[in-house]
Each structure stands twice: as C-alpha cells, then as structure tokens.
Design a protein around this ligand. Structure first.
Ligand code: GDP
Length: 218
C-alpha cells in the first residue's frame, strides 16, 4: 500500500522479475486492487495485493453515477475505502511503501498509523532509493525512522537494491501473521451446533474490483 506513483507496481515487477503489473508515470491511474499469486520454488503460494494509491485527489473520468467532479472524488474515495477495508478484514501482512525522497508526508503518517492497527504484521519500505545520493539517503532514512518510529527498508526497483532483504522481510511478516503451515491438525472440541462456514474472501466491492481489474491498468 502507498501513495499514488510511489512505485508499487514497479516493485511488484522487480520482486517477481516479470512485468506483471503495469506501471505509469502519471499518478492516480490505479483505482482497483490487483492481486498476484506468487509461487516460489514449489512452496505454498503467497498473494501480493497491489492496492489503489492514496493521496491523489482526481477522480477517474466517468465515475459511475457522479453528478459533479466533487461527487466523483467522493465516490472514488468511498470505493478506495471499501476495497481497503475488505482486504484488511483478513488482517494480512501489510507493507507501507513510501517515496524515499519525501519523508514525513501527512498522508503517509496517517496510512502508517492506520495500517499498523489493521494488519497482522507491518513494515515500511522506502522506494526509489536510487534517486538519492549517499548523504541524502542517510538523512532521508533517519527522517522516516524518526517520524514513523520504525525501521525503514530502502529499495530500488531500478537497481534491484534491497529486493533480497524485502523477500526476507515478507517471509518474516508472513510467518508472524499466520499459524505455521506445518502445524498438525488440532483436535476439535465436541460441538453442539454446526461448524461455521470457512472464512471466504469478503464479498464486498473488492471481489468485483478484483475480477474487473483483470487485464486493466494496475
Ligand atoms: P504506482 O502508482 O505506485 O504503482 O507507481 P509505479 O510503479 O507505476 O511507478 C511510478 C513511476 O515511478 C514510474 O515512472 C516508475 O518508472 C517510477 N519508479 C518506480 N520505482 C522506481 C525506482 O525504484 N526507481 C526509480 N528511479 N523510479 C521508479
């Protein structure tokens, strides 16, 4: 998760070493969540979700039912919140992406506060670190760490810096936020009533968004 244009799609492509996510120099294009099923060396698949970027107010043209630009913006915001809420209802591991060149943005601070409360495990990743010189990057990372009060992993989708560390971080977050897969089946206590149905992906707008997003700009 991160601001529009922070480099979410580029980072996904760099992580999986394929162009699966469409990138764009123009902010505000990603209005839907995209989900990527990633398999590594025969291990269990993991699902990477690229959420719509925040911090870019312009609503998409032709927002359904909008009668004015302001109504379109509000509809866009409502749609964004519905998608994000549906995703975080499952308490996934959450990565907040911040642009290494812009420490301390109010939208990033708010997102960090929110994501920490909503996720099973979280971390902050500073993108586009290749754009900073040595001195600038030290200053920027210090500034992030002091504002967000957590360590920040610098990465670059262009040079590949930090990607191995990011995979390790993802593995750590996943192992902390899910029960171990190798755990033997636990004995079930006797139940007087039928077991509840297994938890499914929330059937909110996210389901529609995910299927509608197939093949569209991320
Ligand atoms: P998204 O909107 O968050 O998905 O951002 P994109 O992945 O589409 O990237 C937005 C812009 O930033 C594009 O022009 C990318 O080429 C550029 N970009 C993304 N990651 C990096 C990076 O690590 N280094 C540099 N120099 N540019 C990047």
């Amino acid at each position: 998760m991160g601001r529009s244009n922070v480099g979410k799609s580029s980072l996904i492509n760099a992580l999986v070493r394929q162009r699966v996510a469409r990138t764009s120099a123009a902010p505000g294009k990603t209005r839907l969540a995209n989900v990527y099923r990633v398999t590594r060396g025969g291990g269990a698949p993991l699902y990477l979700l690229d959420l719509p970027g925040y911090g870019y107010a312009r609503a998409a043209k032709g927002q359904r039912g909008a009668t004015s630009p302001e109504a379109a913006r509000r509809a866009s915001q409502t749609e964004f919140e519905a998608i994000v809420r549906a995703v975080f209802a499952r308490q996934p591991a959450g990565l907040l992406l911040v642009d290494a060149r812009h420490p301390g943005l109010a939208t990033d601070r708010a997102a960090w506060q929110w994501i920490r409360e909503a996720s099973g495990g979280t971390a902050v990743v500073a993108t586009k670190i290749d754009k900073l010189g040595r001195g600038e990057r030290i200053r920027a990372l210090r500034a992030f760490e002091s504002v967000l009060e957590t360590s920040v992993l610098p990465v670059s989708a262009v040079t590949g810096e930090g990607l191995d560390e990011l995979w390790k971080l993802i593995d750590r977050l996943l192992s902390n936020s899910h029960p171990p897969r190798s755990r033997p089946p636990q004995p079930q206590p006797p139940r007087a009533t039928a077991a509840p149905p297994p938890r499914r992906f929330p059937s909110t707008k996210l389901g529609a968004a995910l299927s509608a997003s197939k093949g569209r700009k991320n």
